[in-house]
Design a protein around this ligand. Sequence first.
Ligand SMILES: NC(=O)c1ccc[n+]([C@@H]2O[C@H](COP(=O)([O-])OP(=O)(O)OC[C@H]3O[C@@H](n4cnc5c(N)ncnc54)[C@H](O)[C@@H]3O)[C@@H](O)[C@H]2O)c1
Length: 453
Amino acid sequence: MTESVRIRPARGRLGVLFPGMGAVATTTMAGVMLSRRKLGKPVGSLTQMGRLPSPGEAPGRGQLVADAVPLASLDDIVFGGWDIFPDDAYAVAEHAEVLNDKHLAAVRDELTAIRPMPGVFYPEYVPRLRGVHVKTPSSKADAVEQLRDDLRRFKRENGCDRLVVVWTGSTEVRQTPGAVHASVSTFEAGLQASAPEISNSQMYAWACMLEGVPFANGSPNLAADFPAAYELARERRVALSGKDFKTGQTLMKTALAPMLKTRLLGLRGWYSTNILGNRDGEVLDDPDAFKAKETTKLGVLESILVGEENPDLYQGYHHKVRIDYYPPRGDQKEGWDNIDIYGWLGYPMQIKINFLCRDSILAAPVVLDLALLMDLARRADRVGVQEWLGFYFKGPVTPGGQRPVHDLFAQRDVLFTELRAMAAVAALTAPSAPSARPNTNGSVPVAPSEVPS
Ligand SMILES: NC(=O)c1ccc[n+]([C@@H]2O[C@H](COP(=O)([O-])OP(=O)(O)OC[C@H]3O[C@@H](n4cnc5c(N)ncnc54)[C@H](O)[C@@H]3O)[C@@H](O)[C@H]2O)c1
């Protein structure tokens, strides 16, 4: 092993860009601004509040994650994004009614200064929206070039050292990869021909990869989840992750199902329904967009409670998921789960969950963690799909076609294993200062065998 592996320091400004500056994006921006000024705490964020236990140590113990691995500081983040409506981040946040007036007033000027760049928008992918703040490219290839220009301009004008993009745009109609998605050359040809199979989110992801910008996908869209994208990510040495943030009901499901499995309780059926009244709810009211969401929501139980592994307990249970658009609720989603289980001698029991959550409040820490960890992945030369970030997603992407891990605690263990490997690299930077932040110390050589790929 002659080659060394380094984690480059988090020096300079990090541009965090959102295609889709809606409720989730603006709640994230405002939360980071409030945290910077100590006007609120980034609750739910592993990178800001979590610890990294040593193997065998209880969760909650150990070094702060932010001390263990070299993360960008919140003070170094610059926000930006695109949207198909021209409203600035303050106007969007005010309309979304996620945060209260006191919080919004405190960061009003900063939010008002963030205006979206015009979006790339072919409306057939989001039938419920009519965009008015859109680019008018001559082809899909031209759209990608215009997005690349946006990335370069944003980086230059904001004096950023690095960029990272998190897709917080609307859910698009469900799609499966076709011939155009098979390889870099078929996709490039498809862009030239403005192939109808190429969606908006795919053009953003493609532009990011061509610019070497890590891309995380918070929606169920196919954005970067197809063979041509994996190939381009490898070629351009870019990190990808996705898809669909794991926040409310699915988060609950992937925490509770492991309990049933651990205590060998049987499952007859799991019925989940939600009411939601924000713009995301309106978009999901379209049956084709809902299908995309349904796919990531339904997939989670089958890999935890597996019929073939334990037919007495998990063969043929009924799993149903619904989302209903109900405007009076806005962002305050309410989810109900009815779970029919059975125990000793097959006697039936029920569990009822009523989760009165706030969609964007649950999503914001996930977005922040993904932005910082994708930036870390790039500085640590992690390339392609970052499966260790599956913890944050409903439908973790596995480019090898293997069944994704959905169990929240198994996902956390994978995340911790990867962070420990990176922490080991970081610790070599300043052996005499265990909690030193390597972003002030420079990069560290380490044998590749110490870093899982
Ligand atoms: N909030 C959660 O808990 C949660 C959980 C999982 C996934 N998600 C996903 O995150 C995404 C954002 O959710 P939200 O509640 O902020 O939705 P939102 O509707 O408030 O925001 C989405 C924004 O994307 C914009 N947009 C759509 N297409 C675009 C394009 N091509 N280019 C630029 N902008 C575009 C819309 O105009 C809108 O402003 C959705 O896909 C949602 O399904 C959210």
